[in-house]
Design a protein around this ligand. Structure first.
Ligand code: BV8
Ligand code: ZN
Length: 253
């Protein structure tokens, strides 16, 4: 995968870099993407059907068990060189806005101070009824490798069920977070998408908003995406390989 001089120049001249990441950014940390088939108890489901209010209403123990297992995996995982390169980029450009679709905290653990989580977090459960945040037990949940059904805790205030602090399909994003992401897309001069299939909206609309506002669009993905026709540069490689190389090419030594 060659990094052309024009891309290096564009990166060096960037005033405001918008980085949008998806599941591919955490793949090399051992976190399955939404494309990867689910394993264990969930092998007969697809992720998009479990990540819905209906699934939680129908079978809360199955869905809560899935999110406890994913939280265990996220806490057992470590940021990869791609996460760290994004954190390092923040020191190289005047302004960097990091927007992620991921619900893990690997960007933060790699040193990225401010991360806009469009789809929420595995670490911020709340009450379904009174919306109060719920404090999970500290430490890594001890879930069986193949997963298990697990009854969601009850809210100490109102007795309501506790749900994961993520945005499920069919649910609206937090307006302030989406507004901030869209504002960054309109204001940036370089939009770098990393490890996203760019199929889930409104997140998938951000690169187009940036491009229409005059920004250069660059994508990192080993496979084709709907952005192929729009991107000025497409880097066909993995997050942990390409991003450190990009950083080193633009700012050697
Ligand atoms: C909403 C949290 C108002 C939960 C998630 C417009 C058109 C069509 C449909 C819609 C539309 N507007 C709204 C919809 C409906 C829906 C939607 O977009 N559906 C899609 C499937 C068509 N959107 C919603 O429901 C949103 N809400 O719009 O509310 C509303 C409501 C109803 C109706 C209208 C409006 C809410 C969406 C958020 C859902 N929650 N996550 C959880 O995580 O459990 S989405 C979840 O899936 C992720 O957060 C992420 O966004 C998405 C997965 O996509 P990617 O991150 O791109 O990952 P994926 O696995 O798909 O691909 C990985 C990529 O990485 C691949 O390209 C691969 O090649 C690459 N890769 C792999 N390895 C590597 C790599 N790249 C680099 N390095 C590697 N090593
Ligand atoms: Zn409550």
């Amino acid at each position: 995968m060659r990094i052309v001089p024009a891309l290096i120049e564009t990166l060096r001249r960037t005033r405001h870099l918008l980085v949008l990441t998806g599941a591919g950014a955490s793949a090399e940390s051992g976190i399955p993407t939404f494309r990867d088939a689910l394993t264990g108890l969930w092998s007969r489901f697809d992720a998009a059907s479990l990540a819905t209010p209906d699934a939680f209403a129908r079978d809360p123990d199955l869905v809560w068990g899935w999110y406890a297992w994913r939280r265990m995996k996220a806490l057992q995982a470590a940021p990869n060189p791609g996460h760290r390169a994004i954190a390092a980029l923040a020191a190289r450009v005047p302004r960097l806005t990091l927007v992620t679709q991921n619900v893990d905290d690997l960007h933060e653990r790699a040193g990225s101070p401010a991360v806009l989580h469009l789809h929420g977090s595995l670490h911020a459960p709340r009450c379904v009824r009174c919306a109060r945040p719920f404090d999970l037990a500290p430490g890594v949940p001890d879930e069986p490798e193949g997963g298990r059904r697990l009854a969601p805790p009850r809210c100490p205030q109102c007795g309501g069920a506790i749900r994961p602090g993520v945005v499920w399909f069919g649910e609206s994003l937090v307006p302030a977070v989406l507004d901030a992401a869209e504002a960054a897309a309109r204001a940036c001069d370089l939009c770098l998408t990393v490890g996203t299939a760019s199929l889930v909206y409104p997140a998938a609309a951000l690169p187009g908003i940036a491009r229409d506002a005059g920004a250069a669009l660059v994508q990192v993905n080993p496979s084709p995406t709907p952005l192929d026709g729009m991107a000025r540069h497409t880097l066909r490689g993995t997050c942990a390989e390409v991003l450190p190389a990009l950083l080193a090419a633009a700012w050697p030594g």
